[in-house]
Design a protein around this ligand. Structure first.
Ligand SMILES: NC(=O)c1ccc[n+]([C@@H]2O[C@H](COP(=O)([O-])OP(=O)(O)OC[C@H]3O[C@@H](n4cnc5c(N)ncnc54)[C@H](OP(=O)(O)O)[C@@H]3O)[C@@H](O)[C@H]2O)c1
Length: 282
């Protein structure tokens, strides 16, 4: 873990999706390390709760351009126009077979996981350029570089996030702005519970050709909603975020969990067919 910030002036960090999970833990831990953290969430009650816990919290819904603009304007009014770092964390998973997914459900997945994140990042870049530098940390996933069946929408959004980030990283060369990708495997957060809600909302389970697999998945999901064998707590992700924010040489990619590291190696050494076979078997 990188050393705590030693500077007397606090550096400013905006985090999206702080109502729970990784964003929530990142906000608390980074505040304790000396960052001035703006912990954003998309619901009023979560903002109030976070404020009650002593965090500087503001409403930011990645699906709404107005909300993104208002949150950033408000935060910049408190920092004399500075923003040192952005942790793009807010996102959700839309499970289900691609053939069962409506255009609207797929669009919604991209609105949150990619378009909102892109819009916020675009607004932040001129500020960082003026300052002569900054850090942008993207919460991607193991599913940002390998695919799984019934995760197509989420996989597509995270592959897109990875591609966009690599392009932006090159575009930002010489500006002092660094981009990093965090690639967690399974982390113990409400993510799977929220994904299940999106699944039940948008997938026509009873009439689908995939209903048997869905039935199995829903049953197994009951058991796996909490901790899996290779799951880690959110703090494991925050350790990598800290390195990406504070190290003098931030990396492009940070794998989190054994599964991510194994998948990264297998993707390099195995033929695609073999990799697909292994991934499809879970
Ligand atoms: N948990 C894992 O196993 C895992 C693995 C790999 C990557 N990740 C990534 O880690 C990040 C955080 O997920 P998590 O595990 O901490 O799950 P989480 O507890 O469900 O957190 C997701 C956060 O994103 C927020 N969010 C959803 N839609 C939003 C929107 N339209 N605008 C703003 N915020 C929105 C959620 O807010 P609400 O509470 O209002 O929905 C919540 O605060 C995500 O990018 C996820 O893809 C997680």
């Amino acid at each position: 873990m990188a050393n705590a910030i030693m500077t007397s002036t606090k550096k400013n960090l905006l985090i999206t999706g702080c109502s729970s999970g990784i964003g929530y833990h990142a906000a608390r831990i980074l505040k304790d390390r000396g960052w001035r953290v703006f912990a954003t969430a998309r619901r009023h009650d979560d903002v109030e709760r976070l404020r009650g816990e002593g965090l500087e919290s503001f409403l930011l819904d990645l699906d709404q351009s107005d909300s993104i603009h208002m949150a950033l304007d408000h935060i910049l009014s408190l920092t004399q126009g500075r923003l040192d770092a952005l942790f793009n964390n807010g996102a959700y998973g839309q499970p289900g077979a691609m053939e069962d997914l409506s255009r609207e459900a797929l669009r919604q997945q991209f609105e949150t996981n990619l378009f909102g994140t892109h819009e916020l990042t675009r607004l932040v870049l001129p500020i960082m350029r003026r300052q002569g530098g900054g850090r942008v940390v993207q919460n991607s996933s193991i599913l940002g570089f390998v695919a799984l069946p019934y995760r197509g929408a989420y996989v597509a959004s995270k592959f897109a996030l990875e591609g966009m980030t690599q392009a932006m990283r090159m575009e930002m060369q010489g500006t002092g702005i660094h981009f990093s990708l965090i690639e967690p495997g399974s982390i113990n957060t409400p993510f799977r519970k929220n994904a299940r809600t999106a699944f039940l909302k948008n997938i026509p389970v009873a009439t689908s050709c995939h209903r048997e697999n869905y039935g199995r998945w829903l049953q197994e999901g009951e058991k796996n909603l909490s901790e899996g064998l290779f799951s880690l707590p959110p703090e494991a992700v925050v350790d990598k975020v800290i390195h990406a924010l504070e190290s003098s040489r931030p990396r492009l990619r940070y794998g989190v969990t054994v599964t991510t590291h194994v998948a990264a190696v297998l993707r390099r050494v195995l033929p695609f067919r073999m990799l697909d076979y292994l991934l499809a078997r879970g």
